[in-house]
Design a protein around this ligand. Structure first.
Ligand SMILES: *Cc1c(COP(=O)(O)O)cnc(C)c1O
Length: 348
């Protein structure tokens, strides 16, 4: 009775291996909810892929990768600040201000750092122009690369000026994001330094057919037209079935934008007919009996109420497909389905 992610292990691993082959030396990013799969599971997959470096978002995420069996280097993408103590020798920190560069050089000259350059992303990073006068500082710290975090859909031409400027100050490898394999190769050709791609979404979530998110039907009630149900006692639009599904806001399953009552005219009609109390019916992410169904009311915590007209659509215990964005949900269970000759593994 939970939200469950089932992975076709063979299909998924064939995708990630293919991606890693096409993007040699790429740096798998394992952060947040582990792209829905969980950070520990992805850490184990990064080992399988033969990667030598991975990246996390936060210092607090490092431990989970070690728990997943990752023993290689870990880049922490959030900027290091004075006072953050790094005890894991495999950690490479990101430096995003001149002041922090000076501080890390003084407090821990052996700490490996990557210097983030400010791009049009305007998230964080040092403006390369201010670095030109700081060669001493750069050599005092143990700088292993330049990092460039790019907006989506950038070309090599957008990266080249900033990369060349930084490489003019110090020739270091470039770590970039959101470029294609071809662009990475061209950037390396143009600059003469190794270029590595940090990548999460395309690597982990690139083969949607190899995964399925499902919830369980907990209860099925026959309902009359206009009957009031749920916390908010909204009237149902017709007779049919109220299906209680085991996924809700605590899993990150929320209402999508109201669809049936999306226009002002439709909203007026629904107010006039009293069908949805003016709230607008919202399509749920659940497919029941072959169709996406509407919420009977906004979901709450661990369950959702879904209205289905027509004949009895499902039974208690049935699994229904849930369409979700994996980076924003938290599933209760991850099932890695292996071929019959290997044991089925399950991760929390
Ligand atoms: C999250 C992140 C990435 C990976 O982004 P995806 O879109 O998931 O591939 C790369 N670099 C940095 C600095 C990031 O924070």
């Amino acid at each position: 009775m939970s939200l469950k992610l089932t992975i076709d292990a063979v299909g998924w691993r064939s995708w990630t291996s293919e991606f890693a082959r096409a993007n040699p030396d790429c740096i798998p990013v394992i952060k947040g909810n582990g792209y829905g799969y969980g950070r520990e599971l992805l850490a184990a997959e990064a080992v399988r892929l033969g990667a030598n470096t991975v990246a996390v978002g936060l210092f607090s995420e490092v431990e989970s990768l070690r728990a997943g069996g990752w023993t290689g280097d870990i880049i922490v993408c959030e900027p290091w600040r004075q006072g953050i103590e790094v005890t894991d020798p495999g950690v490479i920190v990101t430096i995003s201000t001149l002041e922090d560069l000076a501080n890390v050089a003084v407090t821990n000259p052996q700490q490996r750092v990557t210097v983030e350059l400010l791009t049009s992303m305007k998230r964080f990073g040092i403006d390369p122009k201010t670095l030109a006068t700081q060669r001493m500082l750069l050599s005092a710290a143990r700088v292993v690369s330049w990092s460039i975090h790019l907006p989506m859909r950038q070309g090599v031409g957008d990266v080249l000026p900033i990369a060349k400027y930084a490489l003019g100050i110090e020739k270091l490898p470039l770590w970039v994001s959101h470029l294609s394999a071809g662009q990475v190769e061209r950037l390396s050709d143009h600059t003469g330094v190794p270029v590595r791609l940090r990548v999460g979404t395309r690597l982990w979530l690139g083969a949607p057919k190899t995964r399925r998110v499902t919830a369980t039907v907990q209860e099925v009630h026959q309902v009359a037209a206009g009957e009031r149900v749920g916390y908010w006692q909204h009237r149902l639009p017709g007779k049919g079935w109220l299906v209680v599904v085991s996924a809700g806001t605590s899993h990150g399953v929320a209402m999508s934008a109201p669809t049936a009552a999306s226009s002002a005219r439709k909203r007026l009609i629904s107010v006039a007919t009293g069908l949805s109390e003016g709230m607008g019916r919202a399509r749920s992410p659940f497919t029941i009996a072959g169709k996406k169904r509407e919420f009977a009311e906004p979901p709450h915590m661990h369950s959702s109420l879904v209205f289905v007209p027509g004949k009895r659509p499902c039974e208690i215990g049935d699994e229904v497909t849930v369409e979700v964005r994996l980076t924003t949900v938290s599933v209760d269970e991850v099932i890695l389905n292996l071929p019959a000759d290997q044991n089925q593994a399950s991760a929390p």
